[in-house]
Design a protein around this ligand. Structure first.
Ligand SMILES: NC(=O)c1ccc[n+]([C@@H]2O[C@H](COP(=O)([O-])OP(=O)(O)OC[C@H]3O[C@@H](n4cnc5c(N)ncnc54)[C@H](OP(=O)(O)O)[C@@H]3O)[C@@H](O)[C@H]2O)c1
Length: 266
């Protein structure tokens, strides 16, 4: 029998791409809900598994509205896992944002430097305590071209295409990731044992070099400046690889996206 996969945040940046990639049921918004309402909803929808993408994902908004962030980023995911349905939850590479040592970071080396990251880390720990089979995916900064019918915030690729001038660090290594690759790996994510996984592309190149390479590849007339030193946000995905799932490198992911959208002039 076919599994019933419930996706929260189905019109969000990641959720919409997951809905494109797999047969799944869109979950109504959980924004104003308390625990009993969440439980009632899950009982009504009878999923076999939940993919939870809904969150308050803007770091600045979380800082300004700590209660809203706590509700969205800690309580709602916790209430979902407490329903007893196996849940795959998106977390963030921001849990590494306060680490002084250079990356790539393994899942153990956490130090959050903002409230969003603190809430994500608390969420991971409490969800695993409540339901050890929960899968927590630490996602990196993801990109795609704008999608019809979705709110389109800036992302690495779109910013590079839209802006005349941009700054990236010549020291920061970051796991910038193609969101459609994330969506394509969700089937695999559903089979992972409970625990925390770095879930994004690897690279050894700093952001400034990646940006310059992308500008050359797409022949963009963008001025790229050095933003100065920034801490790394690079993930070591060795744990994920042990379970047979692997991402392309950052450059391979960008090339795939360029090909998918025919962005390169012939
Ligand atoms: N985008 C990235 O580059 C990135 C990087 C690292 C990690 N992540 C994580 O990946 C997941 C998906 O990110 P995303 O970029 O797809 O997020 P998003 O587009 O900003 O938001 C996803 C959905 O969350 C729901 N939502 C928004 N505010 C909420 C609130 N206050 N309470 C409850 N739900 C709320 C909305 O769905 P409804 O309209 O249905 O309520 C929204 O469509 C999140 O956990 C995020 O933290 C994202």
């Amino acid at each position: 029998m076919k599994r019933r996969i419930l996706v929260t945040g189905p019109t969000g940046f990641v959720g919409a791409r997951i809905m494109d990639a797999m047969e799944a049921i869109p979950c109504p918004s959980l924004r104003e809900m308390n625990e009993s309402r969440v439980r009632e909803l899950v009982e009504q929808m009878t999923p076999d598994v939940i993919i939870h993408t809904a969150a308050l994902s803007d770091i600045g908004q979380c800082q300004k509205m700590p209660e809203v962030s706590y509700h969205a980023n800690v309580e709602i995911p916790l209430w979902l896992v407490r329903t007893g349905v196996r849940t795959v939850i998106f977390s963030s590479d921001q849990v590494y944002s306060g680490l002084a040592e250079p990356g790539p970071y393994t899942e153990q080396q956490v130090r959050p430097a903002n409230l969003y990251a603190e809430h994500k880390l608390e969420m991971e720990q409490r969800c695993l305590e409540a339901a050890p089979d929960t899968v927590l995916l630490r996602a990196a900064w993801m990109y795609d071209m704008p999608r019809y019918g979705c709110r389109n915030r800036g992302n690495f690729l779109v910013n590079m295409l839209r802006q005349e001038e941009i700054a990236f660090s010549s020291t920061q290594i970051r796991s910038v990731t193609y969101v459609r690759e994330v969506a394509a790996l969700m089937e695999k994510a559903l089979t992972l044992p409970g625990g925390v996984y770095n879930f994004g592309s690897e690279t050894t190149l700093p952001m400034l070099e990646i940006a310059r390479w992308l500008a050359d590849t797409l022949r963009l007339r963008i001025r790229i400046k050095d933003a100065g030193p920034r801490h790394d946000l690079a993930m070591d995905t060795g744990r994920l690889k042990k379970f047979g799932a692997a991402f392309s490198t950052v450059q391979e992911g960008l090339l795939q996206c360029i090909q998918d959208y025919s962005l390169q002039e012939n």
